[in-house]
Design a protein around this ligand. Sequence first.
Ligand code: SAH
Length: 465
Amino acid sequence: MDAFPIFLNVKDCFCLIVGGGSVAARKADLLLECGANVRVVAPQLGHEIHTLWQLGKLTWNNHSFTVDDLAGVVLVIAATDNPDVNRDVSFLARQRNLPVNVVDNPALCTFTVPSIIDRSPLVVAVSTGGVSPVLARLLRARLETLIPATYGNLSVLAARFRAQVKLHFSHPPDRRKFWEKVLSGPIAEMIFSGREEAAYHALEQELVSTDRTNSITGEVYLVGGGPGDPDLLTFRALRLMQQADVVVHDRLISEGVLNLVRRDAERIYVGKERDNHAVPQEGINSLLVRLAKAGKRVVRLKGGDPFIFGRGGEEIETLAREGIPFQVVPGITAASGCAAYAGIPLTHRDYSQACIFVTGHTKDGRMNLNWSALVLPQQTVVFYMGLTALPILCAGLIANGLDPLTPAALVEQGTTVNQRVHIGTVGTLPELMEGKSVRPPTLVIVGHVVKLHEQLSWFDGRSQL
Ligand code: SAH
């Protein structure tokens, strides 16, 4: 290592920034966040620092840098666009053994400012020693996605129970094991999803429990897996998938998404084929309960969003009744995913001020829908349904007064590399699809916004490979 990594306590200490531009403003923000007394020296201030000065957040020495500005400071940052000034600042600061940073000039620095991931009180700093700030920023972005925004709250939990846990486990390895379990398991997840009280309670339970290895009950995460493209998962979905002991999934979950589940996790398929229920809903509900009671962390992975035509509500009702902790992670629903990837905005100021999601299941060759609500002008209607019901759907819309010339799109395997978008009108789409080999899942979008596809289409499944 070329530099000694430290975190410096600058609370209430004077720190000098030379320069008044926007780079200087960012440094000032950071120092202020750490509780420093910020002194800026510059003949003029840019808008951002000027605002901070007006708000009384920092002091301003309204002139060009002189050696007197260094009096009483513990740290110096030079952020001017004048190389001579920067060099002088560096030289004079070093002469006085003051740590100095000259922005974008590692040769003149005695310290560099890392990229940070702020989960206060937990802070991760990334440094390339000033060699490549871009590389540090890229790594930072990757870490940001891995560390939950509320990760720092775990340290609050740890602080609160530290003494109690120490008392309970006199043997340090036991203590470490206990904390590892708490800080990476369901209790941590409770903290991440904002359920502090539940987490404190669970931790207390865990402490009093006699059987320490198995006492934490499992938890069920009802996770929206999105419409297919794995990139559309949320950070939380991905994190929970990578911690799961078991994943319970169905047919809509794409291979790409399933590949992101922790390799060692057990996989249980409960998919439903049309009219051929692999596992009845009650079976799924009780399976989830059984697994959680056995102490497993269960990810119930559903296509799209679990609360949109996903029967997610029913599954967690059973869990709630059984007192099993759960959380729900929203996903991108097929309508949003398919519309975005087909270049069809669901609303548009000129064409559509409302959007309805409808499930178009047929029963005895009929669709039981509120047709009059579906044929109103200036709206988009999205039908979640298979291809077979398309003729009944279009005939129903026309019979209820919708203009047969209304544009309509059928999106096949949306957001995946196999996506195909078929465009027609409510009058022509069924005929257009006849005899075509179409693979499920498919979604139908009806409304004048469909016209925009021609202009806004950007995703071409295969060519994205
Ligand atoms: N909970 C899911 C919907 C489940 S209902 C969600 O929020 O998306 C299943 C229906 O969703 C399918 O019949 C199909 O109409 C639609 N669907 C799901 N994924 C799709 C995709 N990638 N492309 C097209 N339609 C999709």
